[in-house]
Design a protein around this ligand. Structure first.
Ligand code: HEM
Length: 365
């Protein structure tokens, strides 16, 4: 479904178009992969993103309590602190000589960790710093498992990764629900959710709440450095222009370019009959008017719409704008070292895997 108007209509008719297929593996799982997941008691019952029952609203309210506009606004200085710290470390590395000098991967250096650290801080969930690299790798591998087209061998590897992630998550949930400090898993427990239900939600949220933002930042950095964005690298050191670059990428090639729905019953859409059970792939980005209409909805579908609209939209946009701004400000004299990197290209996720830059040698220019 490419037409933004019809895509929005689908998202606003949840009785007709259910999100029940949101987390279904694009490539069916083989028996071997299923056995690995079953051994880890891996299960994704519908709790939030794929929940089309009446329980959705109450659970969403609990989660939304951790991402209120006031909470997001209050965390801005912390976002800036983390973004500045990683940007300055990257700048120092780019100035050093030796193996690490000259070339830096900005995905690793500035895009990867700040969104994960901030998400966990907002959720009140305590994850030791040395486990963050594992969280990042598990996230990427789970996205590939559920939204990619791995061959059976690769799928089995990814299933092992998802099982390991789930085991880790189960311990985290068990520990968090009895913790006296305010945290999302404890709040869901108080709302009446079982630990397996909290794990299902946690699995989705711990990935969606940070890896998508890392991917958005990666694409913005790449397009700005490439010179194919309306904002140049020098201009991106201005906060307002960094935000403009983020909004442009959200409209043209966001990290979540599509999302799925399934027809809950036979219904009509745009004058056509849609049979019950028909799966619909909605294009959320890339097909919107980019003209200077000034309408905030130009990129409005990037975060979905209606009762399941992304709860992290404001946070993600702010994080991306701050990281891009701080990086461009800290690294004024860099250019792309690899103009054709490999991209993550999954059904519903996309970004360059690396954004490698090198210092511009002013004497040579
Ligand atoms: C660039 C980053 C992000 C993008 C592009 C994105 C995109 C999306 C999309 C397309 C949906 C489905 C919406 C629908 O079905 O109408 C969604 C749902 C969701 N997102 Fe995000 N997201 C991002 C970051 C985040 C962050 C940072 C968080 C939280 C920290 C988050 C939390 C959620 C939640 C909880 C849902 C499910 C809401 C529900 O079903 O009621 N997302 N997101």
């Amino acid at each position: 479904m490419r037409d933004p108007g019809l895509a929005r209509e689908v998202l606003h008719r949840p009785q007709d178009f259910s999100p029940a297929n949101a987390l279904v593996a694009v490539t069916p799982l083989t028996g071997a992969s299923l056995r690995v997941l079953q051994r880890a008691r891996f299960a994704l019952p519908p709790i939030l993103a794929s929940n089309d029952t009446d329980s959705h609203a109450g659970i969403r309210k609990v989660v939304a309590g951790f991402f209120t506009p006031a909470t997001v606004a209050a965390i801005e200085p912390r976002i800036r602190e983390l973004a500045r710290e990683s940007a300055r470390t990257a700048a120092a590395l780019s100035l050093s000589s030796g193996a690490l000098g000259d070339r830096i991967d900005l995905v690793d250096a500035v895009a990867a960790l700040p969104p994960a650290i901030l998400m966990l801080e907002l959720l009140g969930i305590d994850v030791p710093g040395d486990e963050l690299a594992a969280l990042k790798a598990w996230s990427r591998e789970s996205l590939e498992l559920f939204w990619g087209w791995p061959d059976p061998d690769r799928q089995l590897e990814l299933a092992h990764s998802a099982a390991e992630f789930y085991d880790w998550l189960r311990d985290l949930v068990d520990h968090s629900v009895v913790s006296p400090s305010r945290n999302l898993f404890g709040a869901l427990d108080a709302h009446g959710l079982s630990n397996p239900a909290i794990c299902s939600l946690g699995y989705f949220l711990l990935i969606a709440g940070q890896e998508t933002t890392t991917q958005l930042i990666s694409t913005v950095l790449f397009r700005v450095l490439e010179g194919s964005c309306s904002v140049t690298w020098a201009e991106a050191s201005d906060p307002a222009l960094a935000r403009e670059a983020v909004r442009r990428v959200l409209a043209t090639e966001s990290s979540v370019p599509t999302w799925r729905r399934v027809a809950a019953r036979e219904t009509e859409l745009g004058g056509e009959t849609i049979p019950a059970g028909a799966e619909i792939l909605l294009e959320l980005t890339g097909n919107h008017r980019l003209a200077a209409s000034g309408r905030p909805t130009d990129y409005g579908l990037a975060f979905g719409s209606g009762i399941h609209r992304c709860l992290g939209a404001k946070l993600a946009e702010l994080e991306a704008a701050v990281v891009v701004h701080e990086t461009a400000a800290a690294l004024p004299r860099v250019r792309l070292a690899d103009p054709a990197p490999e991209w993550i290209r999954l059904l519903s996720f996309q970004a360059p895997r690396m954004v490698t830059v090198e210092r511009v040698n002013l004497e040579a220019t």
